[in-house]
Design a protein around this ligand. Structure first.
Ligand code: ZN
Length: 180
């Protein structure tokens, strides 16, 4: 995983608990810190840090990862506005992730482990995203989708009836627009 993701996680933890909290997290995870945005670090290192955040902040992993996704979307949107500028509404943006955004991200970060996502519209208010990734980070994907919804100013709910963590070969993320 690219260092920029670690940088964003560091920002999130420091905003909540200061540099002291981030240092505690690094100590607990047994890592050095000092991540460079464009360098690549192991996924395991990221998971150790997330595990340490879970323990230090006392909140469940799913919540940490979900919150991180929302936060990460905001950060990515402000660092790389080209990703959101090209789509005028949430569903168009989500549909463009696989073809446009991952391509751009690959150019930018030479990232090779990106998930594959295919979208199907099932009516005006429902988009089903079929997610496949060897990393099984569907909870992070949910967080990112909530972050995107916030960016586009729409209320959504996500149902996740089919999941790789429950033995399926992919996840179905059903994104419904709500009225708020
Ligand atoms: Zn899943």
């Amino acid at each position: 995983m690219k260092g920029v993701v670690f940088n964003i996680l560091e920002d999130m933890v420091t905003e909540k608990g200061g540099l002291q909290m981030w240092q505690k997290v690094l100590d607990k995870a047994g890592v050095d810190g000092g991540y460079t945005a464009v360098s690549t670090y192991s996924d395991d290192e990221m998971f150790s840090i997330v595990g340490a955040v879970v323990e230090e902040l006392g909140i469940p992993a799913e919540e940490v990862i979900g919150a991180f996704g929302v936060y990460m979307f905001g950060q990515l949107a402000s660092r790389y506005p080209v990703f959101t500028d090209s789509a005028s509404d949430l569903f168009t943006f989500l549909e463009s992730i696989d073809s446009v955004i991952h391509l751009e991200v690959k150019k930018l970060m030479t990232e090779t482990n990106l998930p594959s996502i295919s979208c199907t519209r099932e009516g005006e208010k429902l988009l089903v995203m079929n997610y496949r990734s060897p990393r099984k980070l569907c909870i992070l994907a949910e967080g990112l989708i909530y972050g995107a919804a916030e960016h586009y100013g729409c209320g959504i709910k996500i149902d996740h009836p089919v999941c790789m963590h429950k033995g399926a070969d992919h996840c179905d993320l059903q994104v419904s627009l709500t009225d708020e």
